[in-house]
Design a protein. Structure first.
Length: 448
């Protein structure tokens, strides 16, 4: 069997939240643009780097690589697992010439990799059938300036999990889906009503234990939907001014600031499963734990609407071809194989994420019609993509720009200041100044 694999040793405990890998660093100046992989003859050795996530994920990917080797005897796969905590830094500090033929990358880091010449377009290397079957949210995550650079086997999403018994005991009526989602004011009022029936008044979990502030991608992923739902944006036409600090965003985040008084710090990551809180704002990955703890008493709800419709994040790990690979055809056939329903179903069964193909979503007991997490699939099917973030779309990709690292860092800093009671407008203005200065200093991260 033509498969060789190895793992680097993990350094400390890894958090299995695949959507939230740390942003890749970008170099100042004008980017060289994506490389252009050579096609090769479709055979030979291809090197592959993957993040080392949960043991179940590692096993599922290893099984997929083994199956590919059996089906493609002319291609030898050399697979290396790199600890998730080190992965983004490893990619960032490796020169384009030293990257493997195929690499995994976290969705919002794609533009940075293209900017630094580390990714090649894959339009000519993957099959039209595979691209057509990919979900719209996966395609929007992997596309830059009309070229496809990545395909993900799975996606991500946000929601509010509720403890039906605690909600009912407080007389709280809750949404059945997107159509009757709570408004932001209704959600805040529900927190107050729940707190009145609770001993310590702490009735909400927003996973503060994941970390807030600089370097916390969770902060941006969890709370940028508030900005979009208020009609704002993290950045618009290479400027955050007026998009991130507009009056509607200031008003929305001022309301969110009130949630802090109702929030359990959740230092033991046990607030929701123990019944200490009635509501938990988090992603799809907590469903297995929450479902096991509450059973049919678990309800899955959309985030509240701040006026521009319910919004949620999207995007997770994807596969791409390095800009210096000389084996693009073989690399593309490997990505095609990974995107087949059998492989997608096995991996998403291991990590609980929304499948990255339309057919796998339809066949999923969890995300398909009538499944417990159908809401997440519905949200992703209504992606805003590269279009306007209006009331009709729901899932929004994080900005596809090589300047994303400074955007997420500044937003996370501003949000932490707001959460801690700081002046909302001043915190946002400070973030806007830093973002716009960085974009001006780097020619808006133009890819030449």
């Amino acid at each position: 069997m033509n498969v060789r694999s190895k793992r680097t040793e993990p350094r400390g405990a890894l958090r299995a939240v695949a959507a939230l890998a740390a942003p890749v660093l970008v170099m100042a100046g004008c980017g060289t643009g994506g490389g252009a992989a050579g096609p090769g003859d479709g055979e030979g050795i291809i090197t592959v780097w993957a993040h080392q996530g949960q043991d179940r994920e590692v096993a599922a990917l290893q099984n997929a690589v083994d199956a590919f080797g059996s089906a493609h005897p002319g291609v030898t796969v050399e697979l290396t697992f790199i600890p998730e905590a080190d992965y983004a830094t490893t990619i960032a500090t490796t020169s384009p010439e030293e990257l493997p033929d195929v690499l995994e990358f976290d969705g919002p880091t794609m533009a940075s990799l293209v900017y630094n010449g580390k990714l090649s377009p894959i339009d000519d290397f993957v099959s039209e059938e595979v691209v057509t079957n990919a979900t719209e949210s996966i395609l929007s995550q992997g596309t830059l300036d009309g070229s496809l650079y990545g395909l993900g086997m799975f996606d991500s999403g946000l929601g509010v999990y509720g403890n039906a018994a605690l909600l009912d005991a407080a007389g709280i009526s809750y949404p059945e889906g997107l159509e009757d989602a709570w408004t932001a004011e209704e959600f805040t009022n529900a927190l107050a009503d729940l707190a009145a029936e609770d001993g310590d008044g702490r009735v909400l979990d927003v996973k503060q234990n994941y970390g807030f502030g600089s370097g916390s991608e969770w902060t941006t992923y969890a709370f940028s939907p508030v900005v979009w739902s208020a009609g704002g944006s993290l950045i618009e036409r290479d400027s955050a001014d007026g998009a991130l600090n507009g009056p509607a965003v200031v008003e929305a985040l001022s309301l969110v600031q009130e949630w802090a008084a109702y929030t359990d710090a959740n230092t033991d990551d046990n607030a929701f499963v123990s019944g200490d809180v009635a509501l938990s704002l988090v992603g799809h990955w907590e469903y297995p734990n929450y479902s096991e703890a509450l059973g049919r008493g678990l309800v899955v709800l959309p985030l509240p609407d701040f006026g521009n419709g319910v919004k949620t994040g999207q995007g997770s790990w994807a596969w791409g071809v390095s800009g210096t690979s000389e084996n693009g055809s073989a690399a593309g056939s490997f990505i095609d194989f990974l995107m087949a329903d059998e492989q997608v179903a096995a991996l998403t069964a291991a990590n609980g994420a929304p499948p990255g193909t339309k057919s796998a979503v339809e066949a999923s007991d969890l995300y398909g019609p009538g499944g417990d997490l159908e809401l997440f699939a519905t949200q992703l099917a209504r992606t805003c993509g590269a279009g306007p973030v209006d009331t009709d779309c729901v899932s929004v990709p994080r900005p596809v720009t090589a300047g994303y690292p400074v955007i997420t860092r500044q937003f996370a800093d501003a949000f932490t200041t707001i959460w801690d009671g700081g002046d909302v407008a001043r915190a946002l203005d400070h973030a806007v100044t830093a973002i716009d200065t960085d974009f001006a200093d780097n020619d808006s991260f133009t890819i030449s």
